[in-house]
Structure formats: C-alpha cells, structure tokens
Design a protein around this ligand. Structure first.
Ligand code: TMP
Length: 254
C-alpha cells in the first residue's frame, strides 16, 4: 500500500492526505482520553463504532441541509472528508444539566434546563480548553461575528434534529460538542460541521433507565464503554446484533 502523508494526529483520530486536493482521510483510533489527555486507555472496537456512528449522523444531517465535511466511508476505520480550516472552538449544546455545567453551577445532573444552552470552549489542551465568551472569540479573532452566528444557528439545528432522532430510539440527548471549519470555494467561504459526532462527544442516556451510553462510562470508570457504544449503534440501526453478547466484537452491516 502507498504510504500516505500524515496531516494531523489527535487524541482519538488521525488525518491523512486524501486522494484528491481538498480531501482528507479521517482515521478513527481506539484510543480514549479524558481530562485533557491525562486519563488514557485503548478501547478495542471504539474507533470502528465511532466511524459508523459519525457517518450515520453526518449523513442524516446532510439530508436536512446541515452542511458538513463527510464525503463517504472508506472502510471500517476511515472516512473521506472535505479539508476545512478548523475553527479552534468546541461548541457545546446542553439540554439537561450534566458534567461541567452541573459542577460549575451546582445543578443536580439530570435537571432539565429552562432552554437549550450553547457554550464555547477554546480548543487548547495546555490551557485545559477554557470556556470563552463571544466577546473573547471576536476580540481575539478565533471567529468573526457572522461566523459565530452561523455556528450558533447550525448548533441549534443539529440539536433539534439529533434530539428527535435519539428520542425515537429511546435515548435522551443530554448534551454534545461539535466543531466547525471554514470551507473555501473560490472566493467564497462557508462554515460547515467538521470533526465527528459520536458517543465520545455526546452524553446519551437511556430514556427509561437513565443509564449512560457515552464516554462518561470511561471518564467515570463505569465499565462497558464499547458495549454502550454498540447499543447506540444498534438502536440507530447500524448494527444488526448486540456486539457484547459474544466476545466476537462488533458485527457490522452495510
Ligand atoms: P462537559 O460537561 O464536560 O463540559 O462536556 C459537555 C459535552 O461536551 C459532553 O457531551 C462531552 C463533550 N466534550 C467533548 O466532546 N470533548 C471534551 O473535551 C469535553 C470536555 C467535553
């Protein structure tokens, strides 16, 4: 096989040069990290599951007109994506209090929020991804006012759509994180959804039992991480059978 040029290696994914200009190959690793990389593990099969779940969600979002970087899945761990200039912000949308919001404001986890809340964090591991305001973002030029408006509008649409989609399969979308990038088309630039959408970047609770089906299982040492991700994939119709009934690993269908 031809050796490909590595473009960027992150904690859970690797980007390689794509086959055509303006494309990249996004490879999903099994590595899991939390607390800005301080906690680490390899979770066998996680990359395969996240590749499929992210493919599915991005494809659904394309169908409702949310522009994103996904082009097509290449294999179990790789997808072809559009190359974008990543905006160095994590955009978090919350529907229910959990995680850092609960800690910061003393809200019991599981408390429904009066309305969905959007927060921005600066992508900078050294600074531990600090929360930033729109003032900081525009003053320091991480994104312009129009870009902020575009990201906010897209984040709200993504939240509305994904909340409904997950509700339909018995899952509550508690919160999630997305990243956006600038796509240049000649002189024109537009903001599109990038990165991934997977149980690594969302909180998903079973509607009936409130059981966690996301990366909090890893962060909080609850065990059964990939089994939970498999269950998410199964409910979305990506997996035909439960991966954790036998020690065979995920069974994937087209
Ligand atoms: P938080 O409650 O820890 O701030 O997380 C909010 C949401 O963002 C949650 O769904 C998990 C996701 N998230 C990431 O995807 N990456 C991160 O680095 C962090 C801190 C959170």
């Amino acid at each position: 096989m031809k050796s490909r040029k590595l473009v960027y290696e992150g904690k859970a994914k690797v980007l390689y040069e794509g086959p055509e200009p303006g494309t990249l190959v996004q490879y999903f690793k099994d590595d899991a990290t939390a607390f800005d990389g301080k906690k680490k593990a390899i979770l066998e099969g996680k990359g395969v599951l996240n590749n499929r779940i992210s493919e599915y969600l991005m494809t659904q979002l394309t169908q409702i007109g949310v522009p994103n970087h996904f082009l097509r899945r290449l294999n179990m761990r790789e997808q072809l994506i559009r190359e974008v200039e990543i905006i160095p912000l994590e955009v978090v949308v919350r529907n229910v209090a959990a995680g850092s919001l609960s800690t910061r404001l003393g809200l019991e986890e599981g408390t429904a929020l009066p309305r969905s809340i959007i927060e921005f964090y600066l992508k900078d591991d050294k600074l531990k991804d600090p929360m930033v305001t729109e003032e900081h973002i525009t003053a320091f030029g991480w994104a312009g006012p129009q870009e902020l408006d575009d990201m906010t509008a897209l984040a709200i649409r993504i939240n509305d759509f994904l909340s409904g989609l997950f509700l339909g399969v018995g899952i509550r979308l508690i919160d999630f994180k997305v990243e956006f990038g600038r796509l240049w088309e000649g002189e024109l630039m537009r903001i599109i959804l990038a990165d991934e959408i997977s149980p690594d970047s969302m909180r998903l609770w079973d509607l009936r039992t409130n059981e966690k089906m996301d990366k909090d299982r890893f962060r909080r040492d609850l065990g059964g991480v990939t089994e939970a991700y498999s269950e998410v994939a199964k409910r979305l119709g990506i997996l035909t059978e439960l991966a954790n009934t036998e020690r065979k690993g995920p069974v994937l269908v087209k």
